[in-house]
Design a protein around this ligand. Structure first.
Ligand SMILES: *[C@@H]1O[C@H](CO)[C@@H](O)[C@H](O)[C@H]1NC(C)=O
Ligand SMILES: *[C@@H]1O[C@H](CO)[C@@H](O)[C@H](O)[C@H]1NC(C)=O
Ligand SMILES: *[C@@H]1O[C@H](CO)[C@@H](O)[C@H](O)[C@H]1NC(C)=O
Ligand SMILES: *[C@@H]1O[C@H](CO)[C@@H](O)[C@H](O)[C@H]1NC(C)=O
Ligand SMILES: *[C@@H]1O[C@H](CO)[C@@H](O)[C@H](O)[C@H]1NC(C)=O
Ligand SMILES: *[C@@H]1O[C@H](CO)[C@@H](O)[C@H](O)[C@H]1NC(C)=O
Ligand SMILES: *[C@@H]1O[C@H](CO)[C@@H](O)[C@H](O)[C@H]1NC(C)=O
Ligand SMILES: *[C@@H]1O[C@H](CO)[C@@H](O)[C@H](O)[C@H]1NC(C)=O
Length: 477
């Protein structure tokens, strides 16, 4: 009897032990799930070059949960995240090859991130359709090409779809708007054609939308009123036509970038009601009319309205730091007073119809200009006091004006790199210190004398009264 119960006990201990082995192979054999290991090793064998050795420690028989870029979780200790990132644009931290379809063995995968690896080729990875839990697909800056699959809407758990800077082509599948859990959609920098699906309003959880740098066209669907959390809207560098979508008035965006399209019409007044709008870029379109006064609210940091057809008076924006109004139909005449009393980092007033004197440009305190462009105006006077009052200046572009001053007195600040004074009435001679600049142009002025030794070509000096010496013809004396 005792013997028998011992035997039973012995048997059940053995049974329990063998059950343990089968259920928890990872802990007992220090190995991850076989399917995960197999899938990842197949991924590795699809990689033809790994110059920085990021996959070197991915070896059969070692715990794949501890491999570089891999994370496991859950009671079964299965791989839930594959996260590799390179720096392909400026170093050899990259991968060349294809994304093996055997990754479908990673049945518990939630996140696949293959960021900036530079040289992954092939089509949209179809194996994603057999991963029931995939939430984040983040494959940027590689060479994936071909169309996005028509049934992309089947990836119903996706929260982020980020495929920026590949070569995907064709149109945006309309089923994409079935991905109602999406909060980030970034397809920027591909070759997508056609229109934005008009059902975009179904993506009610969308927070960030970036379709910039494609070949999309048609009007921007006026269907934003249901996407109330949409905060970043980037549709620049496409071929969109039509007007500024009115339904954006229902949102509270932080960034709107519609630059480099073919949009027309006036700017809506509601732009001024966005309490958190920090960046508005509408450059390189055909917007017209006056700029609404309401834009003058304190959160707005960057405003780029350059290369449009705006005209009329411009509102006072005393809180702005980056402003580009160049190449519109403005005829400001005097430099607006609020401009001289605002702390700009970058200010571009090229071709704004300015005709006052720089002598009147008296900043109210220390200024922090880094980039200042006042070219193609009729500005008179002497820029030296202004240049003297800002040490932060990196670039001063003032070509095609009526500036008149003796260049001999010019001090080249220690930060300045770009200086263009061409087509003015500058006189005197060219100081030696300009040789420190990266770009310099004083062509078409009234300068005279021997040129200092610089790296600049003759075109930077031509059309002056009597400049001489290399790269111009030799001096006569
Ligand atoms: C990219 O991959 C292809 C083929 O896989 C290879 O021929 C090419 O040299 C790789 N380019 C770089 C920059 O590594
Ligand atoms: C996509 O979903 C549809 C219906 O929900 C189904 O019929 C189809 O087989 C799915 N396709 C894939 C590739 O999963
Ligand atoms: C697309 O725009 C979003 C929102 O501004 C930004 O976070 C993201 O970095 C952009 N993508 C690229 C590839 O620049
Ligand atoms: C943009 O669209 C216009 C007509 O709508 C067309 O003439 C032009 O070629 C397109 N530009 C690009 C870059 O596709
Ligand atoms: C506005 O967008 C254009 C491209 O569309 C870009 O070149 C420019 O730098 C942006 N402006 C600002 C102030 O960032
Ligand atoms: C300066 O420009 C304003 C506005 O265009 C114009 O009314 C005024 O006559 C101009 N003054 C000079 C001196 O050119
Ligand atoms: C530049 O500023 C210094 C000190 O503030 C002053 O002595 C000098 O005369 C100024 N130079 C010019 C050209 O305005
Ligand atoms: C200098 O400016 C003139 C016209 O303003 C231009 O033709 C020339 O190429 C420029 N040279 C350099 C070196 O920037």
């Amino acid at each position: 009897m005792a013997m028998l119960s011992f035997h039973i006990l012995h048997c059940s201990v053995f049974l329990l032990f063998s059950l343990l082995i089968h259920q928890f192979p990872a802990t007992t054999a220090a190995r991850c799930h076989r399917d995960d290991e197999t899938g990842l090793l197949a991924f590795k064998s699809g990689i033809k070059a790994d110059p920085s050795g990021m996959l070197d420690k991915w070896k059969l028989g070692t715990d794949c949960c501890k491999w570089y870029g891999i994370a496991c979780n859950g009671p079964q200790n299965r791989v839930n995240s594959l996260d590799l990132y390179g720096a392909a644009s400026y170093s050899n931290i990259m991968l060349s090859g294809t994304i093996s379809p055997s990754l479908s063995k990673l049945q518990y995968l939630n996140y696949i991130l293959l960021k900036d690896l530079g040289n992954l080729t092939g089509h949209f990875p179809k194996f994603l359709f057999s991963l029931p839990n995939i939430q984040v697909v983040y494959i940027t800056n590689s060479k994936l090409l071909g169309p996005l699959p028509r049934n992309i809407g089947n990836l119903t758990k996706l929260q982020s779809l980020i495929l920026a800077r590949n070569s995907f082509s064709g149109s945006i599948p309309s089923s994409l708007t079935k991905l109602t859990q999406l909060s980030t959609l970034d397809l920027s920098g591909n070759r997508l054609l056609g229109t934005i699906p008009s059902s975009i309003g179904q993506l009610t959880k969308l927070f960030e939308l970036n379709l910039s740098g494609n070949k999309l066209s048609g009007s921007i669907p006026d269907k934003f009123s249901t996407i109330t959390m949409l905060t970043f809207i980037k549709l620049s560098n496409n071929n969109f036509t039509g007007k500024f979508p009115k339904s954006i008035s229902n949102l509270n965006p932080r960034e709107i970038d519609l630059g480099s399209n073919s949009l027309t019409g006036k700017l809506p007044e509601f732009l001024g009601r966005f309490d958190f709008l920090k960046t508005l870029n509408l450059s390189w379109n055909q917007f017209s009319g006056t700029v609404p006064k309401t834009l003058a609210h304190p959160e707005l940091y960057t405003l780029d309205l350059s290369h449009n057809l705006f005209n009329g008076p411009f509102p006072k924006l005393t809180f702005i730091h980056v402003l580009d109004l160049s190449y519109n139909n403005f005829h400001f005449g005097d430099i607006p007073k609020w401009i001289t009393s605002t702390y700009f980092i970058s200010l571009n007033l090229a071709r704004c119809g300015l005709n006052s004197s720089l002598n009147d440009w008296k900043p109210l305190g220390p200024v922090f200009y880094q980039y200042l462009d006042i070219s193609h105006n009729k500005i008179t006077g002497n820029p030296l006091p202004l240049l003297n009052s800002t040490t932060s200046l990196i670039s001063f572009i003032a070509s095609d004006n009526k500036l008149k001053f003796n260049m001999k007195h010019m001090k080249i600040g220690k930060n300045i790199k770009y200086l263009d004074l061409s087509h003015n009435s500058v006189f005197g001679n060219v100081p030696k210190s300009v040789s420190r600049l990266e770009e310099f142009n004083v062509s078409s002025n009234h300068l005279c004398g021997r040129l200092p030794v610089t790296k600049f070509p003759a075109s930077a000096f031509v059309n002056n009264d009597c400049l001489c010496g290399p790269p111009l013809p030799p001096c006569k004396d």
